[in-house]
Ligand binder design. Structure first.
Ligand code: 13P
Length: 257
């Protein structure tokens, strides 16, 4: 973290978990536990069917609501999809773009990720853009090349003045849902490299202001060490965001003065 230059953001990604009643129960449990974190922003990304309720449930709290994906067109014949405008109008603030599960199961490509980033920014949402390598790619030694390509492709055509709305999440695929976390050094190394790519594209001022999260089996135990790294500005948390006490411990790790 480096709070002098950029926001620390702790974001939960619920994926396809929690019904409406479970969402309500979680809100009731979380709200008294988190209070008003001063040093970090808290986000919960929930399934689209529960977004409107989540916005309402967390209205008077410091928790912002995010979607898990959106379409790149603003409207049209795209059965089952939701546009960035629709999300914005119901009070959603963030949207995850290009999560590796979307890339793997729903054929999202760097090209569609880029179009979605533009759509999100145009609608006034804050995209959380996910990048990350597979185990094979890490073992081949191409992690940095791949990440650099993913970041450049995702941000193609995004002007510098929009970059203050963009969050990047480094999520090594081999660490997602596996209980295998990147070491703090590995996480920082890639987050630092992402910042270097942004520096080349937009200059030092923009680069140092962009929030770059780590995601992949972050939990109450390892959060503090990961967040202590200078280029790790928060977390994108799957499993550990589903239990309010665990999520609060991660928030507390980020919220230390
Ligand atoms: P886990 O925290 O369950 O590994 O999931 C990480 C993730 O994919 C967040 O987007």
């Amino acid at each position: 973290m480096n709070r002098r230059y950029r926001k620390t953001i702790i974001a939960g990604n619920w994926k396809m978990n929690k019904t409406l009643s479970e969402t309500k129960a979680f809100a009731d449990e979380l709200k008294p536990l988190i209070g008003k974190p001063k040093w970090c922003e808290v986000v919960l990304c929930v399934p689209s069917v529960n977004l409107q309720a989540a916005v309402r449930l967390f209205k008077e709290s410091r928790v912002a609501i995010g979607a898990e994906t959106c379409h790149y067109e603003s409207n049209g014949a795209f059965t089952g999809e939701v546009s960035a405008e629709m999300l914005k109008e119901i009070g959603v603030k963030y949207v995850i773009i290009g999560h590796s599960e979307r890339r793997q199961y729903y054929n999202e490509t760097d090209f569609t990720v880029n179009k979605k980033v533009h759509a999100a920014l145009e609608a006034g949402l804050y995209p959380i853009v996910c990048v990350g390598e597979s185990l094979e790619q890490r073992e081949l030694g191409v992690t940095m090349d791949l990440i650099s390509y993913q970041v450049k492709a995702a941000l193609a055509g995004v002007p510098a003045d929009k970059m203050r709305h963009v969050v990047i999440a480094y999520e090594p695929i081999w660490a997602i849902g596996t209980g295998k976390t990147a070491t703090a050094e590995q996480a920082n190394e890639v987050c630092e490299a992402i910042r270097a790519v942004i520096r080349k594209l937009y200059g030092a001022r923009v680069a140092r202001s962009v929030t770059i999260q780590y995601g992949g089996s972050m939990n109450a135990k390892n959060a503090q060490e990961l967040l202590a790294q200078p280029d790790v500005d928060g977390g994108l948390i799957g499993g550990a965001s589903l239990k309010a006490p665990d999520f609060v411990q991660i928030i507390n790790a980020a919220n230390q003065e």
